[in-house]
Design a protein around this ligand. Structure first.
Ligand SMILES: Nc1ncnc2c1ncn2[C@@H]1O[C@H](COP(=O)(O)OP(=O)(O)OP(=O)(O)O)[C@@H](O)[C@H]1O
Ligand SMILES: [Mg+2]
Length: 512
């Protein structure tokens, strides 16, 4: 790493950016050295993505300057930045869902032979690139059919090919499991060793000492401070939120009611099998009213598939085995059926399934209420506005403006809206897939508290997460899924290593 008086690889000075009346960046200075991994931390809405969008040419700053190797630059779009060796893995990945993995990796720089696209060469190169970073992804599959975690890996592989000087990673690990994160860190260190500077954004504070050389914290559009990566997590939290935090995980109640979900040897047979989509094969579990049950497993274990099939969103297919909601047989073969049975789902893919980004926060929030009552039900504007305001307050959506388009919120605040929206539908069984993905430490605690409150009201909650501490801290029980099968169950407070050992033990990967 270069240090001292040398010109830094990247110097951002006095960056100011406002959206309408709201100041997202209020004069930010940020440096990056060659070969350095610089962690950029901050609460949801602090301005992290905005600062990096200014660097990569997605948005133009109102004021300020950017220098690379001492020379002033201003990129007018991400392609210009890429051409200069500045690559970004955006928080909301910029992949084309309808194109396959190979096409996404080579988009805009396709390989040709004698003027014709060379599909074979691109597929081989795509495979080689993914092999090189040690991830197994089918290069022929449309990106839209991949899990969020695999999409993240494709975006990482793509960015790596452009990143000759600077690599910006905006929450690249949000959907990755512990083992994949470890592999990614290894790849990052390799790249840094070649002299590339890396900006690393994450809400997982425990990752910081493992990967970063330096830490900068943004708060409300200003630099709140810098810290060595070895700083205790409590110091980082204090810098981040600027106030002491209360207990992260709420108390468990232990008082459970009847079974809102009961699965016995349940299996889902899709009419058309999809590559890389792990249908539930043998699932036995129950969730009681008032209980929060965790679903653990590696990427590809079938957690997201199980939740989406329970929500009737598995496409055409049929259940076998016993499937009961509220102790009555339930069909759950379509979303309307699942919703009528009282099932709600917050997807890990908030852009794809959860939210209407162009619509206002209020419209998004009341959508599930309107759907619950009846498609023809008219709710007064006043009532809608009141509901929306209450939900915004309960989930601490920032800024608290119901008229704002959801797409204009920071990633973590979009996640809060996605959750609040389903809660308003008053479900009996709430399925949550990565409920705190992209959410800052302070807001995480708030979300856990809301989940516990719901449970206390008698809702049964089944939550999948790739963050093991979250499952352990939040859940009353943890069920491990492997290869589409439930393989073990752990009580509250079980040890992470014990759960991981079961999750990681050799998977039976045969597709029956
Ligand atoms: N296009 C936009 N229009 C209006 N406001 C915006 C827009 N983009 C960002 N903002 C606002 O700018 C502020 C900073 O947002 P930014 O996305 O940079 O936060 P962040 O630090 O990346 O948060 P997160 O951790 O949630 O991703 C937020 O208040 C956000 O609502
Ligand atoms: Mg962001």
């Amino acid at each position: 790493m270069n240090t001292g008086s040398q010109t830094p690889l990247l110097a951002m000075r006095g960056i100011v950016k406002s959206f309408g009346g709201a100041q997202a960046l209020r004069g930010v200075d940020f440096d990056l050295e060659s070969g350095e991994i610089h962690a950029l931390l901050g609460e949801n809405g602090a301005g992290k993505s905005t600062l990096m969008n200014v660097l990569s040419g997605v948005i133009a700053p109102d004021q300020g300057e950017i220098r690379i190797d001492g020379a002033a630059v201003r990129f007018t779009d991400p392609r210009a930045a890429q051409a200069a060796g500045v690559a970004t893995i955006f928080q909301e990945l910029d992949l084309v869902p309808s194109l396959d993995v190979t096409a996404n990796l080579f988009l805009g720089r396709e390989l040709t032979r004698a003027g014709v696209l060379d599909g074979g060469a691109m597929r081989r190169a795509a495979r080689a690139r993914l092999d090189e970073i040690g991830f197994d992804v089918d290069v022929d599959q449309p990106v839209g059919e991949l899990s969020v975690g695999r999409r993240q890996i494709v975006a990482i592989a793509k960015a790596l090919t452009y990143a000759s000087r600077i690599l910006v990673m905006d929450e690249p690990t949000a959907a990755l499991t512990a083992a994949e994160v470890q592999r990614l860190f290894h790849v990052m260190r390799e790249i840094a060793r070649r002299g590339v500077g890396i900006v690393y954004i994450s809400h997982r504070l425990e990752e910081v000492p493992r990967v970063a050389d330096r830490v900068t914290v943004l708060r409300d559009g200003r630099i709140a401070g810098t810290a060595p990566p070895t700083a205790p997590q409590s110091d980082l939290v204090a810098l981040l939120v600027g106030r002491p935090l209360t207990e992260l995980y709420p108390r468990r109640s232990g008082a459970f009611g009847r079974r809102v979900l009961n699965l016995e040897r349940a299996a889902w047979r899709p009419r058309r099998p999809r590559a890389g989509w792990r249908a539930p094969r043998e699932v036995s579990l129950d969730v009681r009213a008032g209980e929060v049950v965790g679903l653990a497993g590696l990427m590809g274990a079938g957690r997201t598939e199980l939740l989406s099939v329970l929500y009737g969103a598995g496409g055409p297919g049929a259940w076998s085995g016993r499937v009961e909601v509220e102790e009555r047989p339930a069909r759950l073969t379509s979303i309307p059926e699942a919703r009528r049975a009282g099932v709600a789902f917050v997807s890990d893919d908030r852009r794809g399934a959860g939210l209407m980004l162009r619509d206002s926060v209020e419209r998004n929030l009341v959508a599930s209420v309107l759907r619950r009552v009846s498609p023809f039900f008219l709710m007064s504007q006043v009532r809608q506005a009141r509901l929306a305001r209450q939900a915004i307050k309960a989930f601490d959506v920032r800024p608290p403006r119901p008229e704002l388009a959801v797409g204009a919120l920071s990633g973590g605040n979009q996640q809060k809206v996605a959750l609040a929206k389903e809660v308003l539908g008053e479900p009996r069984l709430l399925l949550l897939d990565e409920p705190t993905r992209g959410v800052d430490v302070g807001a995480k605690g708030e979300i856990y508290a809301r989940i516990r409150e719901l449970a206390a009201q008698g809702v049964g909650i089944l939550v999948a997460s790739s963050e093991m501490p979250e499952l352990i801290g939040l859940c009353d029980r943890i069920i491990v899924l492997r290869g589409g099968r439930t393989v073990a169950e752990f009580p509250a407070g079980a040890a992470e290593d014990d759960i991981l050992a079961v999750a990681e033990s050799s998977q039976d990967d045969s597709d029956e």
